[in-house]
Ligand binder design. Sequence first.
Ligand code: GDP
Length: 467
Amino acid sequence: MQSPFNTERLSRELTNLMERTRDRQLRLAVTGLSQAGKTAFLTSLVNQLRHAGLEAQLDLLPAAREGRLLGAQRLTQPDLGVPRFPYDAALSALNAKPPRWPEPTRGISELRLQLRYRPAQRGWLTPEFSHLTLDLFDYPGEWLLDLPMLAHDFDSWCQAQTQHNGVHRQALFSAWQTGVEQLDPAAEADEAQLADLAAAYADGLKQAKQAGFSDLQPGRFLLPGELDGAPVLQFFPLPDIELSTEQRQALPENSVYATLAKRFRYYQQHIVKPFYRDHFRRFDRQIVLVDVLGALNAGPERFEDLSRALQQLMHSFDYGQRSLLTRLFSPRIDRLAIAATKADHVTPDQHGNLVRLLEGLLAEPLKDLRFADIPVKALSLAAIRATQAREVNQQGQRLAALYGTTLEGEEVLIYPGDVPARLPDEHFWQQQGFDFPHFRPMGSSHEALAHIRMDAAIDWLLGDKLA
Ligand code: GDP
């Protein structure tokens, strides 16, 4: 008979134990451009984990399906300088009468959870219960749009910014454009004038954001937080400077050109870099949320723009040996999810197309990620489901439909349209288009929030840590 104390098994048990100790902590970051659904996602994530083991529907997460995930408790976060994610306020909004969407967060925020679970396989040394400390971060995807700024000097950045020449977009910057055309780069800088023009530029960016554009730099102009009004945010690109490099460099320090170039460098060093160095570099896993349906709803120019913004944003996950990011910060994200949010805006038969469309939008970055051997998964989800899938009978045919309440309180039963499986072409925009209303959340009255595929997202992001 074989002794139970064989050395092979003992060493396997010890390795497991060490693994478990090492894996006790995970830093998971959630990002996306504003309105992508970050606040809703993080609220739902915390809510699902807290209700795991109770009534949360998490069948796609093995630890929950097998009854091993016992729940999650909030702990005091370690980074005292980072605002706490306002989970309670978000839940109160969702449970208000009538229910409201939570106020979106504006900068980085954090929440620490401790998950309690029963390990899948018990051995001599495995304790009955294990814990995973989960640090959740939420930060604006707009900040990632600034990464390419680190590869530019002021001149090449100005050139890059003048490449945005869509008619609609240019019109939004017309106030700034008129002012900047009269500005002489060699003249002595007038602080008040630069502040006004910077405000006009920021205004253009904000209007462009509202109109559904996403490829917008500098990102902090959109969400300035505590930097609102600070001189570091008082710069803008100078279009068409008719001076040679030597002439520009010879301009005095107090010239318009030198002042703007100096602020640009300060922004690079003191705003863009510290975010990557102090936060981004330390994330273990990341989910990038994309409002694909919102862009489809907004029309071809915004959809194109979202595509450009995503290409840029995804550079922050390009870990090729020679990438700017790797050289500067050596990040360590080892797993990535990209998710098309608000999937409850389309009928379930369209969810497959939604994922394919997301993959189409991110085709190039996905290739780079696979090449760099970073595991990545694309999925569609609704963090907080606001509609119910129904079937309607139309002339003897059963058709998929959605039932929900609009933000204005009207109950509707609609078919919002087909999601194209590939990047939409001219024909799609002319013939088909896409139209859906915004829905009011359903409220949860202290039960787990209804969702679509949050469990699949949780499994991909941390399921392996609950084995
Ligand atoms: P953030 O700016 O990225 O934090 O975006 P939010 O989480 O605030 O979401 C922006 C808006 O999108 C919300 O106010 C809702 O109107 C909508 N939204 C977000 N998630 C969902 C979802 O899962 N389903 C539906 N129907 N709407 C959502």
